[in-house]
Ligand binder design. Sequence first.
Ligand code: PLP
Length: 400
Amino acid sequence: MSRIYFDHSATTPLDPRVLEGMLPFLVESFGNASSQHVKGREAREAVETARAQVAALLNADANEIIFTGSGTEADNLALIGAVRTSVGPAHVISSPIEHAAILKTCEYLEESGVSVTRLPVDSDGLVDTLDLEAAFRPETRIVSVMAASNLVGTVQPIAELAEITAEHGALFHTDAVQAGGKVPIDVKSSPIDLVSLSAHKLHGPKGIGALFVRRGVALAPIVLGGGQERGLRSATENVAGIVGFGVVAEIARKEMDAEATRLRNLREKIVRVLAQTVPQAYVIGHPEKRLPGHLSLAFAGQEVLAGRLVQLLDRAGVAVSAGSACNAHHADKPSHVLLAMGYDAERARGLVRITLGRFNTETEVDRFLEILTRLVEELNPDMDWTTSPQLAGPLQGVTV
Ligand code: PLP
């Protein structure tokens, strides 16, 4: 029986339409987009078409999109690039539930003398606008709050946060690597200055990201060299990746509403059925303000076994993630996100993340529900897992 892939927050399978769009740029149209001859012009034209397609996803103008090597790099460029252009001391406001690409960048900035305020979040993972209001200082340069959480799926009120930030004269950045193409983001109707995106979370290729930079926003580059991407991101353009990102963005823009409804229905079916069959299951993160295909679950009294459950699901042919950490390299640690949401250390290890994508079907959801129900019943919180030869082994963490 074919395997079920429910880990789309980690990464997604390439859409065949994207592969088709990319292939010519890996073979015959291999030119360098900076070259002046026909091959170069072909590549340049393809890059500019993709730039317009990615821009359209955010209702931005094409010249406001900078292609980067990843979502991580877009996040680094937004924060470091903004702080480096500030005159005098700089202050950054962010949240404690961000992806490591923001958390680590904030730590790096702190080490170089920048002060960072991390806003609290409530038990659903939401930032409060009043807390943001209270955090501004005259030297606040940038506010960075993720549009949606990779771990718990909660969608933040970024339009409101951006409005407040604009009133205080600071820049507003959002890491929309998980939210981009799944929930609407419109940079014309709200004063969001910087948005990070990544193609591989949207059935596109890995290793290609983008940063929306509102016209007039000053950023310093963090990758120096030949001056590509308006001097903000030097390096020969990854033409095939950029083309793939363009196709992904166009598909997401056209199909977003229908796909969101379809994924939400599948997710709600899981919640509805589990309420009957596994009453100890509970949802982590906001019940409604969440990404359409994103479900974070825990099992009351069995939180400690989340990692084992994920392992058993894998053996039964279902790929999901355990929320024991922000990534698989720290699987033994409680999740920093759940700790910030007020969970105690034990429960902060207990998340099972189920993230659905474009090619998932209701038949797969039904099969998953049968398997999950059986496995949770079999899981015995008193069992000594370390002595079970079948089950001993490293815990699997969330790959973000
Ligand atoms: N931000 C968030 C919220 C993510 O989930 C990820 C995923 O890994 C990233 C940033 C990093 O993106 P990339 O994998 O393209 O570096």
